[in-house]
Write a new protein. Structure first.
Length: 318
């Protein structure tokens, strides 16, 4: 797709360069990783999870917006589904109400149970796909399945912003830890991916089994050594010393000698709505699933126009 065609005005070179970088990152994440965890800066590779960490104003939202918007540009709703759960008072993701790939959008930070239900649904979907793959002994992953299948399976990415809210509630934490562990270990092969974002993982009781799945980590500017160690571990306090919109990129479980310093370009939120409208128009409004939007006051279930009704979601998220 020609990026300049997305708007009546050409995008600046810095934006196009940034978009190309994030497209490569998205492709790599989805092809190589079981999941991503966003603490404002962190990621993982080859079946392990991605970690992102950063406080407000350091670049976390810029990176999230790039990833979510790029999915609309690059993938049809039939190829890619998004679950967006916003535990930041609903302010971060409300702009994505009309994102053509979004199946679930949560804008109520009081509903911790929605995250549990969503992860359970993804685990169930992963097990369903495992049974489909077992019908052909030559199929080991979603790429092989989609090459042979009449009706291809979409990839699914769940993004939870301010995920620390879930880990700081003991009852919720007990429910989600085994679900995340299960998806992180096996999800990549079945096209199920996770990305968790937070301003800080300090004080979050994430199990060591889950953390062991996360080898690639990205940390933006952090205020204290304790916060640095919560995402990078050991004695890696480098995020304290870097300027805003700069990040530590580390593919070796946070070991300091493997740090790479990268700069994140600015992303203009005013471009998001035009990009989403263009993407929706490109696919003629096609949406092969039922979209659910949950706000503090309402639950909206918008039926899709799926030609294969058996594969559409009919979940009740009330």
């Amino acid at each position: 797709m020609n990026e300049n065609a997305l708007s009546s005005e050409p995008f600046p070179p810095a934006y196009l360069e940034s978009l190309a970088l994030f497209r490569k990152l998205c492709n790599y994440c989805l092809e190589k990783a079981d999941g991503l965890i966003f603490h404002s800066s962190a990621v993982s590779v080859d079946g392990e999870a991605y970690l992102f960490t950063a406080p407000s104003g350091t670049g976390k939202s810029t990176l999230l917006n790039n990833i979510i918007t790029t999915i609309a540009e690059k993938y049809s709703p039939d190829e890619f589904r998004l679950y967006l759960l916003d535990y930041k008072l609903g302010v971060e993701f409300k702009i994505y109400r009309d994102h053509p790939n979004v199946e679930l959008l949560l804008l109520d930070n009081s509903r911790l149970s929605v995250a549990v239900d969503a992860l359970k649904k993804l685990e169930d979907e992963m097990q369903r796909r495992e049974m489909l793959f077992e019908e052909d002994l030559t199929i080991q992953d979603i790429e092989a399945y989609n090459k042979k299948a009449k009706h291809k399976l979409p990839r699914i990415l769940i993004i939870i912003d301010e995920v620390q809210q879930l880990f700081r509630d003991y009852a919720t934490q007990r429910q989600i830890n085994p679900l995340i562990k299960s998806i992180a270990k096996q999800g990549r092969a079945f096209g199920i991916h996770m990305l968790f974002s937070s301003q800080s993982y300090d004080g979050c009781n994430i199990s060591s089994d889950i953390l062991a799945q996360m080898s690639l980590r990205i940390a933006f500017t952090l205020a204290s050594g304790q916060e640095c160690r919560a995402i990078l571990g050991g004695d890696n306090d480098v995020p304290k010393t870097i300027p805003h919109y700069t990040a530590v990129y580390n593919t070796k479980n946070g070991y300091r000698e493997n740090n790479i310093i990268v700069k994140m370009d600015y992303f203009d939120r005013d471009k998001i709505i035009p990009i989403l409208k263009t993407a929706t128009k490109q696919h003629d409004g096609f949406r092969p699933f039922n979209k659910t939007i949950i706000t503090r006051s309402t639950v909206i279930n918008d039926e899709g126009n799926c030609p294969h009704r058996d594969s559409c979601s009919n979940e009740n998220w009330d």
